[in-house]
Design a protein around this ligand. Structure first.
Ligand code: MN3
Length: 202
């Protein structure tokens, strides 16, 4: 059964970019609810209870049909949010380095070119969902709590939650302001290490 992971930083650590109120509600209420609901669903499928979340949501066809949608939505929510907390840091922001920086420059012309494309997809995504940086450095969006794992079995390098619960208390309808602020807390060393781990396993 899944449990809520601790954050690596206090709720107020992201300063004015994302408020303590949002961080606390997002973690203890929204993320906890995804966990509670996927755990409740899995009570109907005890043989799946020992599976890692990655394995569970990347093989939804193996999940009994009567709980598949719940596992997709709430298992996806658990996986996505577990990553999201690690994608941010009180020491975040700046620009990526190393091979990741080289790759982004090659694909988008410049670091700013990457930021612009990613931000535009985040702002223009209709409804609730996520924007992801994929292992091949392409950018994809998913609706609801879907994960890239569900469609191409690839764990993302970086992802941004653009559900209103992630920003509305701080930014109201101004999703673009939230997206611009978020770049100040992105944990690039985490993204770089995910990228490096990929490269060595090829
Ligand atoms: Mn969320």
């Amino acid at each position: 059964m899944f449990t809520l992971p601790d954050l690596d930083y206090p709720y107020d650590a992201l300063g004015t970019y994302i408020s303590k109120t949002i961080m606390e509600l997002h973690h203890t209420k929204h993320h906890q609810t995804y966990i509670d609901k996927v755990n409740a669903a899995l009570e109907q499928a005890p043989d799946l209870q020992d599976k890692a979340i990655e394995e569970l949501i990347s093989n939804l066809d193996d999940v009994p049909e009567q709980i598949r949608t719940v596992v997709r939505n709430h298992g996806g929510g658990h996986y996505n949010h577990s990553l999201f907390w690690k994608f941010m840091s009180p020491h975040g922001g700046g620009e990526p380095g190393g091979k990741l920086a080289d790759g982004l420059k090659e694909k988008y012309g410049s670091y700013q070119g990457f930021i612009d494309v990613f931000s535009d997809k985040a702002v223009s995504l209709f409804g609730s969902g996520w924007v992801w940086l994929e292992p091949d450095l392409s950018i994809m969006t998913t609706p609801n709590q879907d994960s890239p794992l569900m469609s191409d079995n690839s764990a993302p390098l970086l992802g941004l939650d653009v559900w209103e619960h992630a920003y509305y208390l701080d930014y109201t309808y101004k999703r673009g302001d939230y997206v611009q602020a978020w770049w100040h807390v992105v944990n690039w060393p985490e993204v770089e290490s995910r990228f490096a781990a990929l490269k060595t396993s090829d």
